[in-house]
Design a protein around this ligand. Structure first.
Ligand code: BGC
Length: 416
């Protein structure tokens, strides 16, 4: 004790790193089979680069981060941040983390590592930048509006899916399956966001990308006849959903699709991560098409990582972020996760047919920001949407649904 005290005199203050605590704490909600495999892909590269650093994998299970984000908020508000955490760009990053001062900018890395040329400029400028400072690096970009299907189950029932699908075609297929006693649509909305996502995809299918931007800039109202039309279609879909949906998680719904218990699932392409993890074969076992009506649009659900202000292990965190933004990491992570690399200069030949399809879509289609995944609107509106969807899947009351969202939009407008 006394000796240790003597040694300490005149030395620099003992930080956790100087004390030999070489750690890195990364916070995320990546716990499903495909998600955990992809996250490990990142950790493995990091370990190769910095073998002396112990990685603390702080995860809170629950798709879409619905359970993780409140835990993170408590930690941030209590001055106990992880070194780096998963975030969606847009409102979630800028409104929840940057605005209250929880993040350190990483603009320098965009210069030192050539990222200003490698990442999509508009995405970075519009959704990740405040006062000319950039606050995150993207690990990958998911496409939210994908309708997945079990190829063999559809074949068995004489159903063929083309390159695009209308709502009429979709419902005709659902009826056929219903007649055969099969719930057409697999939903796992124990986290209600999965149903909100089905609605979000359906909404885009009706109002299109122009309507989408009108809706989120306030030029179109949430009780517009077109929005109500989407709500009615969403209500109709409830007739074809698996009866145990509210007890299932999103990945359990995907598992049910793999097992042929349901035929379709409308879900972001983290579902592809589950197919990959289960060794399902593209086209032969599972297939995909844009959610009905949304061909030509790409709902962006991007995943980034931040640098905490006052990160307990800042050097390790910076090394982590540099790694996440590297070509090697973007290739390793996204081949497992189902998302496409955010960098546009990766080796495309390393990716399978689904990824090629999504990369093409990202390059040529209209990009729209997801509301369900925190990009397009403030957290309060995202929550209001989830609450309104919870009520709607039971009461199917279009007017109540629309009015709740009109009200929520008004409230979030006034707090902007
Ligand atoms: C994230 C994905 C994740 C999905 C399901 C989304 O919000 O962006 O990375 O796989 O939620 O948990």
């Amino acid at each position: 004790m006394a000796i240790a005290a003597l040694f300490a005199i005149g030395q620099a203050p003992v930080t956790s790193e100087a004390a030999g605590e070489d750690k890195l704490e990364v916070f995320s909600w990546w716990t499903s089979g495909g998600e955990a495999a992809a996250l490990n892909g990142l950790f493995n590269i990091y370990k190769k680069q910095d073998p002396g650093v112990e990685i603390v994998n702080a995860t809170v299970a629950g798709g879409g981060g619905s359970a993780a984000r409140p835990v993170l908020q408590t930690r941030l508000a209590g001055g106990n941040p992880p070194d780096s955490w998963q975030t969606h760009p847009g409102w979630e990053l800028l409104g929840q983390y940057v605005e209250p001062g929880y993040c350190e900018p990483i603009t320098e890395l965009y210069k030192s590592d050539g990222w200003d040329k490698a990442f999509p400029k508009e995405l970075v400028a519009n959704l990740m930048t405040k006062d000319r400072k950039i606050y995150a690096v993207l690990a990958g970009i998911h496409r939210g509006n994908v309708l997945w299907y079990n190829t063999k189950l559809l074949e068995k029932n004489g159903i063929k899916v083309g390159n695009r699908m209308t709502f009429d075609e979709f419902f005709a297929t659902c009826d056929k399956l219903k007649a055969a006693g099969i719930p057409a649509l697999g939903v796992g909305d124990s986290g209600i966001w999965a149903s909100a996502e089905l609605f979000e995809n359906t909404l885009l299918g009706v109002i299109g990308p122009k309507g989408w931007s009108d809706l989120f800039t306030g030029a179109m109202q949430w009780d517009d006849p077109k929005v109500k039309e989407a709500m009615k279609l969403f209500a109709k879909m409830q007739n074809y959903v698996n009866p145990d949906h509210s007890a299932q998680s999103w990945d359990q719904a995907i598992k049910a699709l793999m097992e042929g218990k349901v035929a379709f699932s409308s879900m972001g392409d983290w579902a592809d991560g589950e197919f990959l993890k289960a060794n399902m074969k593209e086209k032969a076992d599972f297939g995909w098409v844009s959610h009905p009506g949304t061909d030509g649009s790409f709902i962006v659900v991007a995943d980034g990582f931040t640098l905490a202000k006052g990160a307990p292990h800042k050097d390790a965190a910076l090394a982590w972020l540099k790694m996440v933004g590297s070509k090697e990491a973007q290739e390793a992570f996204n081949t497992l996760k189902g998302s496409i690399p955010a960098r546009t200069d990766v080796d495309r030949s390393k990716f399978d047919a689904y990824h090629q399809w999504s990369m093409d879509s990202f390059a040529k289609d209209k990009l729209v920001a997801s509301c369900v995944h925190g990009e397009a609107a403030p957290a309060a509106f995202q929550q209001a949407l989830n609450d309104a969807v919870t009520a709607f899947v039971t009461d199917k009351n279009v007017d109540n649904f629309a009015n709740a969202l009109v009200q929520a939009a008004k409230e979030s407008q006034s707090t902007k």
